[in-house]
Design a protein around this ligand. Structure first.
Ligand code: GDP
Ligand code: IMO
Ligand code: MG
Length: 423
């Protein structure tokens, strides 16, 4: 059985949660490997909408083992809320495991995320303010608190007191914020630790053995390739590695254990937060797509910026994540538009290029070159076969496939589990 990686191939929110949920029906293990509760993955199943932030999207399948890998940053309070929310809906979290090496988002990370964004003023990144960046900063700086420390009653209070000595100085003296009381943080988080301890374990041997035994393993990406710390639109990125390469570091397996890399795209482009967006539509067409596609953030509720499909980005995703196929979700919101535009290349300083540039300065000089295609007026949300799609929709999918240079294996025509057309 193959090992599959599913990643976001744009700026996030491509419908990864839906695709994972569909694939999880046959998967033995689903693993989250990066990011934290900045992610918001939506699943619509049997008329119920689930918005998951930390919980792997395989949780609705009672037979699937769900792992939060070492590369994830865990906010214990948010995770417990999700666990309680699932259990209250009759969904068991018995099959959830959290890696002992995963880092913990502490309250001072959340405070510092907000304060540093405010200090950036107009140059703010537009983070989710969930403490993601500051937590990964501590991980890289080697002062972070890991899940194994959180559930160690002797070590945890020492770590908190030690960390807060410096963090409180930063909060108060650098940013003019209100310092945190170490003893109340210890009391609150010790209570979370007691509840989370049964889930915490070394997940890397479980994962390795599952793959060796031929079990089907799905790696659930978070965010999207252009939010990658190295390969994204830096500094308007997140602090982790959403590209397929991030999966190995974030779960403790090597690249030769991965068989397939599936990139999730939507039929157009969206972005939440600040930073460049070459095909952005700041007009009534962009607004129509936002309304038809319900493009409002799952995590922060912010309206998502919308724009035309950008094949330069899709090609960049195929190359930097070695994609073996792509899923093209959300073509249904493109129905009913006068015309659909596709960005096929950029013009930069009079030269035509299909390479995504490495700097914001170069990206600012890139003008999208568009191709215009027909839209369709039929409702496609119940179409089950590719041949039954209106001709214009079929042509659109085939053109996207040609431009990306990668097989479109599935097409999304609605948010539900049964609203994907396999090819
Ligand atoms: P993720 O972060 O990649 O998991 O994506 P989000 O859940 O943040 O955003 C995708 C949104 O689009 C969710 O509300 C999904 O329910 C919805 N969705 C997914 N696929 C489709 C599709 O093919 N058509 C429509 N109309 N909605 C979809
Ligand atoms: P999913 O998994 C879309 C964006 C934020 C901001 C930038 C940095 O649902 O696709 P952070 O809080 O991570 O420091 O913010 O990254 N961002 C996302 N945008 N989807 C996501 O996740 C995102 N996670 C982070 O909006 O621009
Ligand atoms: Mg999302």
């Amino acid at each position: 059985m193959p090992t599959k990686v599913v990643i976001g191939a744009q700026w996030g929110d491509e419908g990864k949660g839906k695709t994972i949920d569909i694939l999880a029906g046959k998967a033995d293990v689903v693993v989250r490997t990066s990011g934290g509760n900045n992610a918001g993955h939506t699943i619509e199943a049997d008329g119920v909408t689930y918005k998951l932030h930390l919980m792997p999207s395989g949780i609705l399948n009672p037979k699937t083992l769900n792992i939060i890998g070492n590369g994830v940053v865990v906010d214990p309070k948010v995770l417990l809320e999700e666990i309680d929310g699932m259990e209250s809906k009759g969904i068991s979290t018995r099959n959830l495991k959290i890696d002992a090496r995963a880092h913990v988002i502490m309250p001072y990370h959340i405070v510092l995320d907000g304060l540093s964004e405010a200090a950036r003023g107009k140059g703010d990144i537009g983070t989710t303010k969930k403490g993601i960046g500051p937590c990964y900063m501590d991980k890289a700086e080697r002062s972070g608190i890991r899940m194994c420390d959180l559930v160690n009653p002797e070590k945890f209070p020492v770590c908190v007191r030690e960390n807060l000595k410096l963090k409180n100085k930063m909060i108060e003296l650098v940013y003019g914020g209100t310092p945190l009381d170490p003893e109340s943080v210890i009391a609150e988080y010790t209570a979370y630790a007691k509840r989370l301890a049964p889930y915490v374990t070394a997940t890397t041997p479980i994962l390795y053995n599952s793959i060796c035994e031929g079990k089907e393993v799905l790696f659930e990406g978070a965010q999207g390739i252009l939010l990658d710390l190295d390969l994204g639109t830096y500094p308007y990125v997140t602090s982790s590695h959403p590209i397929s390469g991030g999966v190995c570091v974030g779960s403790g397996i090597g690249p030769t254990m991965i068989d397939e890399c599936i990139g999730i795209l939507k039929g157009y482009t969206t972005r939440v937060g600040n930073g460049p967006f070459p095909t952005e539509l700041d007009d009534e067409v962009g607004e129509a797509i936002r309304q038809k596609g319900h493009e409002f953030g799952t995590t922060t509720g912010r309206p998502r910026r919308t724009g035309w499909f950008d094949a330069v980005i899709a090609k960049y995703a195929v190359r930097t994540s070695s994609l073996t196929s792509v899923v093209l979700n959300k073509i249904d919101p493109l129905g009913g538009l006068d015309k659909i535009k596709l960005c096929v290349a950029y013009e930069k300083d009079g030269v035509i290029t299909t390479d995504f540039p490495p700097t914001l300065e170069e990206l600012a000089r890139c003008k999208p070159i568009y191709e215009e295609m027909d839209s369709w007026s039929e409702d496609i949300s119940n179409v089950k076969e590719f041949d039954k799609l209106p001709e214009a929709a079929q042509k659109y999918v085939l053109r996207v496939e040609e431009l990306c240079g990668c097989r479109v294996s599935s097409i999304g025509v609605g948010p539900g589990r049964d609203q994907n057309i396999d090819r």
